[in-house]
Design a protein around this ligand. Structure first.
Ligand code: IMP
Ligand code: MG
Length: 176
């Protein structure tokens, strides 16, 4: 275990099981369809690549980069730093994100994609911090519900660190 971690929350085996379960649901729901799968960089990266390898579907891939600014008030603003290259009009879009916390990021992304006349829009998250939700957004596909701890690893970062860990752990409080 990395020295900055208090404990491992989800090990590699559990991550593998979660990806298998999510992929089997997505395979059923999108049978015969050809979705565009869009990753929200950078956190989506290991999760998206593991999930993709389990999808038995024809699909196209794209990526977005966004950063969220949250002011003192309860309203958040998400800026798209890099947009998709493919046209999403009349397409089934599946967005892949590492974690939903307040829900502001995904709510804003849903609004942006709906203005683009997608055929459908669904979100897959590896983790859901349900108790922290502020925006009215609940993803259709959730790998695992977790508590309010700050977690890192498997794509998730603290100041850009720890994304490469193959497991997900809880950071020691003295690190942040
Ligand atoms: P939301 O807009 O509050 O739902 O924030 C979602 C974003 O916050 C995620 O995409 C992550 O980048 C980041 N985030 C939220 N909780 C954590 C955490 O526990 N560890 C690392 N990043 C997190
Ligand atoms: Mg993120």
């Amino acid at each position: 275990m990395h020295k900055d971690l208090k404990k491992i929350l989800v090990d590699e085996k559990k991550i593998e099981d979660i990806c298998l379960k999510l992929a089997s649901k997505i395979n059923q729901d999108y049978k015969g369809k050809k979705p565009i799968i869009i990753g929200v960089l950078k956190g989506c990266q290991p999760f998206m690549s593991d999930l993709l390898k389990k999808l038995d579907l024809d699909c196209e891939l794209d990526y977005i980069v966004c950063s969220s600014y949250v002011g003192a008030s309860s309203s958040g603003f998400v800026e798209l730093k890099k947009d998709v290259q493919l046209s999403v009009k009349e397409r089934d879009v599946i967005l892949i994100e590492d974690i939903v916390d307040t829900g502001r990021t995904l709510k804003m992304l849903e609004e942006i994609f709906k203005t683009r006349h997608v055929k459908s829009f669904e979100v897959v998250v590896l983790f859901d911090k349900k108790a922290a939700r502020i925006a009215d957004f609940n993803p259709k596909y959730v790998g695992m519900e977790i508590g309010n701890d700050f977690i890192v690893g498997y794509g998730l970062d603290y100041n850009e660190n720890y994304r490469n860990l193959p497991y997900v752990g809880i950071l020691k409080e003295n690190i942040y």
